[in-house]
Design a protein around this ligand. Structure first.
Ligand SMILES: Nc1nc2c([nH]c(=O)n2[C@H]2C[C@H](O)[C@@H](COP(=O)(O)OP(=O)(O)OP(=O)(O)O)O2)c(=O)[nH]1
Length: 132
C-alpha cells in the first residue's frame, strides 16, 4: 500500500479545495492537494513537498484529521491539517481551480469519493474555529 497525503489548508474558517485536471478519470473532481508519499519520506514532509510543488507555497502541518481511507486496492489516503502564513496566496500549477470553502459550502463541490469521509470532521472543525 502506498500512502497518499492530502492537505486540508485551513485559513480562518475556510478550507482550500482544488480541482484535478488529470488523469481523465479524476479530472474535474475536487480534492485536498497532495500526492504520494515517497520512499523514505515522512507523511509530513510529503505534505510540505507536494504543496510547494502544486501551489508554490510553504505550509506547516498542525495535525491530522482522524482516519484513513482506501483508494482502490493500492493506496490509502490520510488528510493533514495545514496552515500557511496569512499573506501567502496559493498559486495552482496542476489544478485548474481552487476554492476556499466554509463549513456550509463543503458539499458544493464534487469531491473524490475517498475524501468524503473526512468532510464531517472538517465541517465540525471549521464551524468551531473562531479565528478569522
Ligand atoms: N492528492 C490527492 N489525491 C487523492 C485525493 N483523494 C484521492 O482519492 N486521491 C487519489 C487521486 C490519485 O489516484 C492518487 C494521488 O495521486 P497524485 O497524482 O495526486 O499523486 P502524485 O502527485 O504523487 O503524482 P504521481 O506520482 O501519480 O505522478 O490519490 C486527495 O484528496 N488528494
Amino acid at each position: 500500500m502506498t500512502a497518499v497525503v492530502g492537505a486540508a489548508i485551513v485559513r480562518g474558517r475556510r478550507v482550500l479545495a482544488a480541482r484535478r485536471t488529470t488523469p481523465p478519470e479524476t479530472a474535474g473532481r475536487w480534492e485536498f492537494p497532495g500526492g504520494k508519499v515517497e520512499a523514505g519520506e515522512s507523511p509530513e514532509a510529503a505534505v510540505v513537498r507536494e504543496i510547494r510543488e502544486e501551489l508554490g507555497c510553504a505550509v506547516a502541518v498542525t495535525g491530522w484529521l482522524p482516519g484513513e481511507v482506501a483508494i482502490g486496492e493500492r493506496h490509502v489516503l490520510r488528510v493533514a491539517l495545514v496552515s500557511t502564513a496569512a499573506d501567502v496566496d496559493p498559486d495552482p500549477v496542476e489544478h485548474d481551480e481552487i476554492r476556499w470553502l466554509a463549513a456550509g459550502e463543503l458539499e458544493t463541490v464534487d469531491w473524490l469519493e475517498p475524501d468524503r469521509p473526512f468532510l464531517p470532521h472538517l465541517r465540525a472543525l471549521l464551524a468551531a474555529d473562531g479565528r478569522g
